[in-house]
Ligand binder design. Sequence first.
Ligand code: 26Q
Length: 818
Amino acid sequence: MMKKQMSSSSNTAGKKLSKDLDRHLNLTLGRDNCDVNTSHHYLYKSLGKTVRDRLISSWRATRCHHHEDPTRISYLSLEFLVGRSLQNAILNLDLEESVKDALHEHACELEDIESEEVDAGLGNGGLGRLAACFLDSCATLNIPVTGYGLRYHYGMFQQTIRNGYQVERPDMWLRHGNLWELETPEYTRVVKFRGRTEYYHDDHGHKRVHWVNTNDVLAIPYDMPVPGYRNETVNTLRLWNAEATDEFNLDEFHAGDYTDAVAAKNRAELITMVLYPNDSSVQGKALRLRQQYFLVSASLQDVLHNWERRYGRDFTNFAKNNVFQLNDTHPAIAVAELMRLLVDHYWMEWEQAWTITTATMAYTNHTLLPEALETWSVELFGELLPRLLEIIYEINARFLAQVAEKWPADVDRLRRMSIVGEGDNRHIRMAYLAIVGSYSVNGVAALHTELLEKGLFRDFYELWPEKFNNKTNGVTPRRWLAHCNRGLASLLVETIGDGWVKDLSELEKLKVYAEDSAFAERFMAIKLSNKERLAALVAHDCGVSFDTNMIFDVQVKRIHEYKRQLLNVLHIVHLYDRITRGDTNGMYPRCVLLGGKAAPGYFIAKLIIKLVNSVAEVVNRDARARPWLRVAFFPNFRVTAMERICPGTDLSEQISTAGKEASGTGNMKFMMNGAVTIGTLDGANIEIRNAVGADNFFLFGMTAAEVEQAHTNYDPNSIIAADPDLNRVMSLLESGQFNLFEKGIFDPITQAIRSPTDPWMIAADFRSYIDAQQRVCDVYADKPMWARMAVLNTASSGEFSSDRTIKQYRDEIWYRDV
Ligand code: 26Q
């Protein structure tokens, strides 16, 4: 009876959906079935609008509900790598069946329609995708979190490969409009730049500051809905768009320079034009600083404005109810901006404002590489944000007094810890500003946090050990399992129920099935069909044919020396060398897939892409290699590509130099989908290995401590000379075998490997990597053994859900006693 009722009511819902779809197609878009036949585009649009309609009322209800609860967590991030939204909304709203039925009436499959949506690529990689996973978890856990970001007109560039080299093309993701955004001009804010400060005394004789003669830019919000998983909650991602103020440059206008004045609009609108495509080294570009301040100022004003509307100018409970989580140092200027707003705008005493600031700011660090720590030249800062610079000086002076009190006469420590770095060019250290201004500082994996405490931020840890804490990253199991791996998801539901979608620790129940050969066979049959889907994508996008009987060995992530795609290439060349010498004993055939974008100005990273493509070409052309080895470089790696890649992967490459990768999150997506990891003791790999057990993880390489040690007398040339395999690999690379017509192009790479100052220690880990890869072959040849490992990887991935991570942020950082 129950069942019948449900199906008839869902049937009604299905009919309604189908009607709405047609109405949007015919009325909103003015198209009919003839148009549908010519393109899926209009069906995508009308389906998107139909789904969006179903979000809107919950969205409003969530806002109303949050009105009663004063708690607000603001997640400030320069990046939100959202990817596609349609399927996610359909899954979270449980609309799948109705949508399929409605589309069948148009003789369409959901898969054809979803492929019409372009990725929202508003991020570089890990940090940006983490922010998107976090929003999904916050909505699912019903936590009142607003994401604040920028509405870049051009997201992450599109990568194409020409003659083996990366070519960047602009990503005009808004060209056909963005279905998911709602413009909300009623919440427009004004953000100031440049100008100068003026001091004056108010009626009570208090010294006050005016920031005058500024260049103003409008911040217009565009809201994107963030639906929770089947819980009626819809949170908001608020993206700011920069526009010129109406009164721009009236003076110029009056002077007759009308066209110049209009052209000046461009300067304002440039702020949200493009995402900076660097993910590890930083450039001190003025536009980037303008982006950061624009995001921060608009967002803080938004929060304060909402507070004032509800509670007036009484800030007694503000800190109790608000948190600003800073996604790396990119929005760290929030520390100074909140001070400015409270002191200059709300006329609060410095001490009270500082109490509020340091009770609301929380900073997450995502890197251990010193070159990735942001600094801004004092000169640039003072020119662009004169009032903020004054405030930072004041913060620093008071902070250094505190340091001097604890460590009297320790001049060196004062110099080390100063927010303003002295020297030839004085600079603001954004990480230090973030630490000084926050009540919480967290790393993103256990090892990472430990290294922050002992290394990069040691002085600060000594001063404030209580601020430091770890929050190991996670990924959302909705997108990264339930949605991207339908086959495995149904097997899981059938075997252990569907509780895992909201509580991934339930995957533990799968552990007993690792010993069940019938189950393992089904698990591997699903892997096989996912490999077929992946092979089809590789054939289409790379023009390389992958054989699903072979091991699918995958490394996809940003291209960076520390991630050591080069080590992977050395292994490929080593295998090729063995094959051509007829030494295939114990080898298991494999298809190696590499993919990722290089920062446009990162010469060596781009050369690594060229090397992968050159090696791939030689290997794939050689008939002797064909039964053993295939190599492909996946162009334009992005969120949507990963949704197809991780379910079809056997072996996940997580091979960074130990101590360099803060966490990694791709490692978690692969694990969830039943891939086994080959990796170093770095970032979250360590926790992954602990969870799955050492027997189910292919470990190799030096530890972080050993890497530090080894630098003192590192001699790669003698390592190469002593290892015949490595020696042959280097000779092959140096012989020009892979670049017959482009003499010497790979010299910078081989020289880097041979350099005693190679920070990534490629040669040092070669032998142990090759040996681990041999163990992979040995295990893979034993099908039941591999299947067991694969099942155990999925079964042990529960703690890598971003739901777990977010619960820890909630319990240990956000909801605290103030
Ligand atoms: C900074 C200033 C100017 C221009 C660009 C940047 C910039 C932009 C993006 C610097 C760094 C990034 C991104 C960093 C990043 O993605 N880090 C990764 O964060 C993941 C989530 O915590 C971790 O899993 C990865 O280990 C870490 O590399």
